[in-house]
Design a protein. Structure first.
Length: 205
């Protein structure tokens, strides 16, 4: 299975945050994406962050997964930043988190010829991907802290609006719902996928 076929549109979002807000910012944007791409009955919520009200989903399993991946991303950024500083590099760090949505299709699986027929198997095909490029800022002075705070607010608002614009315009590639399953489109969240490799799957839900 190719988890990232050429036909699947990829949307890149740039995020900027300091250590005290980076996890909450990442979680808020992930919730915003799922709010518009979670095609199941949901209980909508709103959450306030950095003077911005954003949508969220009241789903324990999804919330747990988002929290786990956001924590893993922050840990990876911290480790990378620490290593850079130990080598005399600059402050801050970068990380990436990706969300993939899949369509489950039935495909024929070849069997021994003497059976005279082929079996069937499920195949998950990615139809959309979101990539969050996260930049961590480490302010050194009170003045820097104020500037970073303003930059975070602007980054969060801009990213949320970009998501709304994309989901409002980009609809033609969304597959038809052909299943009665609770979740018609499986998904997965990957941390630093370019480093770990797209083929290394952390679980499809």
């Amino acid at each position: 299975m190719d988890p990232r076929p050429p036909s699947a549109p990829t949307y890149t979002l740039d995020l900027f945050a300091d250590p005290s807000f980076v996890k909450d910012v990442v979680k808020a944007i992930l919730h915003t994406i799922f709010f518009h791409r979670y095609f199941t009955p949901i209980t909508p919520l709103t959450r306030d962050l950095l003077d911005t009200t954003l949508p969220a989903i009241d789903d324990v399993d999804l919330e747990t997964l988002i929290d786990q991946r956001a924590t893993a991303l922050v840990r990876a950024i911290d480790t990378k930043s620490y290593n850079q500083q130990a080598q005399g590099g600059g402050q801050g760090g970068r990380g990436q988190i990706a969300v993939q949505f899949f369509e489950t299709k039935r495909k024929r699986k070849p069997t021994a010829r003497y059976f005279g027929f082929g079996g069937k198997a499920d195949e998950d095909i990615c139809w959309e991907m979101w990539v969050l490029d996260v930049t961590l800022a480490t302010p050194k002075t009170e003045s820097d802290t104020v500037k970073v705070r303003r930059a975070m607010e602007k980054s969060l608002q801009k990213t949320a609006m970009k998501i709304i614009t994309i989901v409002s315009k980009e609809k033609d590639h969304i597959p038809p719902i052909t299943t009665t399953d609770t979740n018609p489109f499986p998904y997965q969240i990957l941390v630093n996928p370019k480093t770990e490799g797209w083929g290394q799957r952390m679980g499809i839900f």
